[in-house]
Write a protein that binds this ligand. Structure first.
Ligand SMILES: NC(=O)c1ccc[n+]([C@@H]2O[C@H](COP(=O)([O-])OP(=O)(O)OC[C@H]3O[C@@H](n4cnc5c(N)ncnc54)[C@H](OP(=O)(O)O)[C@@H]3O)[C@@H](O)[C@H]2O)c1
Length: 319
């Protein structure tokens, strides 16, 4: 009897791939989205331990060592970070403790257990003066304490040499958390005119797109690939373009969702330059990150930022 040829064997996860996942920063945007996304993937792991700042304070290296050794995970996912970009200029020690020292200690403890490590970094590791889209091998030259501390965190993880993935993402926002989406909606409810920076370009990336992509990577990751990956929603815009898209999409959904009307209309959102809106920390003008490596190594692609924005707005509560 001839056995019929099958092109692809169906992927059936029989035993969970990970015994125990330790997830940090679960009250943050990405941590919260990851907790939700992982909850729908129970076949991927046997146990998920989610910790907030009160349960694992990343500014305390000994606490990190104690908690990791007590939990004994075989995968650590670390979205927790010091993310107050402007405040970091006046709190460099705390920013470095959380963004640079802590990932290194987490990676060391993971390595002792033979565990894998997932970490997050940022477009702010680049100077933003490249003509064209950044690839992972491009030179880094952070402009701010936040960017420098995040780059130091990447280097600390790399120095440990364990199987690890470092996802550089950008302009993170979502229905949950404090972010640009909520700031624009608040301002557009309060004011008729908005002025938004139009000379920084990048990809707004939703926390749910990140979480979904990471879950897909986790299902495929054999530990062979290690290193830095760009992970952002497809397409690009400016902060001004993002703000107008938020107001436009909100206006489309508003009648059906019974949301309050916005005072600001798209036509009343004016473009300004970075120089018109000085901030303590300098930002890269070009934050565009190429995600070809992610798609080649893991066959994972993130949706266009406009589709992701609509999904986040739809996740906002109705009135
Ligand atoms: N937000 C962005 O636009 C952006 C852009 C590029 C890259 N990233 C990177 O993406 C990752 C996720 O960022 P996110 O947007 O999810 O950040 P987020 O919403 O600001 O969340 C950060 C989380 O880290 C926690 N945290 C801060 N200090 C801590 C400490 N000492 N010990 C333990 N936890 C602590 C916070 O705890 P509390 O809830 O208690 O404050 C919060 O839950 C980070 O690595 C970030 O650098 C973010």
């Amino acid at each position: 009897m001839q056995i019929p040829k099958v092109n692809q064997t169906p992927k059936v996860i029989q035993t969970p791939k990970y015994k125990k996942i330790l997830l940090t920063g679960v009250n943050g945007q990405v941590g919260h989205a990851l907790q939700l996304a992982l909850a729908n993937q129970s076949g991927l792991f046997a146990e998920l331990v989610c910790l907030d700042r009160s349960q694992l304070d990343l500014s305390n290296p000994q606490a990190i060592r104690d908690v990791v050794q007590a939990i004994q995970p075989d995968l650590i996912i670390n979205p927790a970070a010091y993310t107050a970009v402007d405040k970091a200029e006046s709190e460099p020690d705390l920013a470095y403790a959380i963004n640079a020292t802590a990932p290194g200690v987490l990676a060391e403890e993971a390595a002792k257990l033979g565990a894998k490590f997932i970490h997050f970094s940022t477009d702010y590791v680049y100077a933003g003066n490249k003509i064209g889209v950044y690839v992972e091998d491009d030179a880094t030259a952070p402009l701010s304490i936040y960017g420098k501390s995040k780059l130091a965190g990447e280097e600390a993880v790399r120095a440990v040499g364990l199987p690890s993935l470092i996802f550089r993402t950008s302009w993170v926002y979502g229905a949950y958390g404090k972010n640009f989406l909520h700031t624009i909606l608040r301002l557009a409810k309060e004011r008729e005119q908005l002025r938004i920076v139009a000379d920084q370009i990048g990809a707004p990336t939703s926390s749910h797109s990140i979480a979904q992509a990471v879950v897909e990577v986790l299902a495929r990751w054999d530990g062979e690939h290690s290193g830095v990956y760009h992970l952002v929603n497809a397409g690009r815009t400016t902060w001004h373009g993002f703000a107008t898209a938020i107001v436009d999409a909100y206006a489309q959904l508003q009648p059906a969702r019974d949301w309050p009307m916005l005072k600001a209309k798209v036509a009343n959102i004016g473009p300004i330059t970075t120089a018109d809106y000085p901030t303590p920390a300098a930002r890269p003008a070009n934050s565009c990150l190429d995600c070809t490596k992610l798609s080649s190594d893991f066959s994972v692609q993130l949706p266009d930022w406009r589709d992701a924005l609509m999904a986040e707005l739809e996740a906002l509560p109705t009135n």
